[in-house]
Ligand binder design. Structure first.
Ligand SMILES: [Zn+2]
Ligand SMILES: [Zn+2]
Length: 343
């Protein structure tokens, strides 16, 4: 049978063939952008704990699927009707992978809570590949002075900590505690310091004290050696506790460290319940709030703020071919602190 299919150069992708399966490195044809989309030549892609959804399985994912929602690259091709972006422009794609513009939330301008929101690496193939396609409403411009490997983690871990802190209500001079010194926490400490807070970093064990101070904490609380909530109360109570480590038990234990009108901002995702009694919330008007990434406009704010202030992720890089190793390193919890794939 005759075919009119045009032969295209293959590219490499790291895909998950089915839920729970190992990564496989495959050759695929370079995808073409549809109307309203661009093709990105991926330069770097962060490996995030949320990639576990694609690796282990999540309702609605079609397999095989290429994970990755911390993408930094260069626009390589424009789909029909794309006028606001140019070929050769540096862009990033984070957790917010697209919205429909028509649902009840989008009609209110609340794109981050779109009822049909897309997530790269889940709704469509993400950044663990040499080329990917993304809709224009998912694109964030990357400032010139930020490298691809620095920008990639800022598009998820960065925007989440930056966004949670800037929406937290804390003002310069307030005591802000950052629980956990890992992929999220090491960025949270830096942003909190640059926002002008008195930063109390909370880690388990003494080994991260020097690093926490170097990142901008003025106080280090070792939650193994001392009761962290009591330590925060000795300082007057925290205005905000940014809870980054995925331990609901540790978060529950910190609630009594909140000062009057204080807020526990939850960004570390884990599925066991946070325990709190009504009086813990009632007395002192305490709030527990969750926070998820943000829109590409928020990503651009995060990138520009980082460029201005010198906030940078600490990273370990792996080539795309070693995606399985990179993912295992991230899952081990021993990475210092974000793992990034390079193409
Ligand atoms: Zn992420
Ligand atoms: Zn919508």
């Amino acid at each position: 049978m005759a075919t009119t299919r045009i032969a295209m150069a293959p590219m490499k992708a790291a895909q998950i063939p089915k839920p729970g399966a190992d990564f496989e490195i495959v050759e695929r044809e370079i995808p073409n952008p549809d109307a309203g989309q661009v093709r990105i030549k991926v330069q770097a892609c962060g490996v995030c704990h949320s990639d576990v959804l694609t690796k282990d399985g999540f309702p609605g994912i079609n397999y095989p699927r290429v994970p990755g929602h911390e993408v930094a690259g260069i626009i390589d091709e424009l789909g029909a009707g794309v006028s606001a972006w140019k070929k050769g422009q540096r862009v990033g794609v984070g957790w917010h992978g697209g919205h429909d513009g028509t649902c009840s939330q989008c009609r209110k301008g609340d794109f981050r809570n779109c009822r049909n929101r897309k997530i790269p690496g889940i709704s469509y193939d993400g950044g663990y590949q040499q080329y990917m396609v993304a809709p224009v409403e998912a694109l964030a411009a990357i400032p010139e002075s930020l490298s691809d490997v620095e920008a990639a983690p800022l598009l998820c871990a960065g925007i989440t900590t930056f966004g949670a802190l800037r929406q937290s209500g804390a003002v310069p001079g307030d005591i802000v505690a950052v629980q956990g010194i890992g992929g999220l926490g090491h960025l949270g400490i830096q942003f909190a310091n640059k926002f002008g807070y008195r930063v109390a970093a909370i880690g388990r064990g003494p080994e991260n004290a020097a690093l926490a101070k170097k990142l901008g904490a003025s106080i280090y609380i070792d939650s193994k050696a001392t009761n962290a909530a009591e330590a925060l109360q000795k300082l007057g109570g925290a205005q905000v506790i940014l809870a980054t480590a995925p331990s609901s038990k540790a978060m529950s234990e910190l609630i009594d460290g909140l000062g009057p009108n204080g807020k526990l901002m939850v960004i570390g995702a884990t599925f066991d319940p946070i325990e709190v009694t009504p009086p813990q919330l009632i007395f002192g008007n305490h709030v527990i709030q969750g926070w998820a990434a943000g829109t590409p406009a928020d990503s651009e704010d995060t990138l520009r703020f980082s460029e201005l202030t010198g906030v940078r992720p600490m990273i370990e890089t792996y080539p795309l071919e070693k995606a399985a190793e990179a993912y295992a390193r991230m899952m081990s919890g021993n990475a210092q602190f974000r793992v990034v794939l390079t193409m």
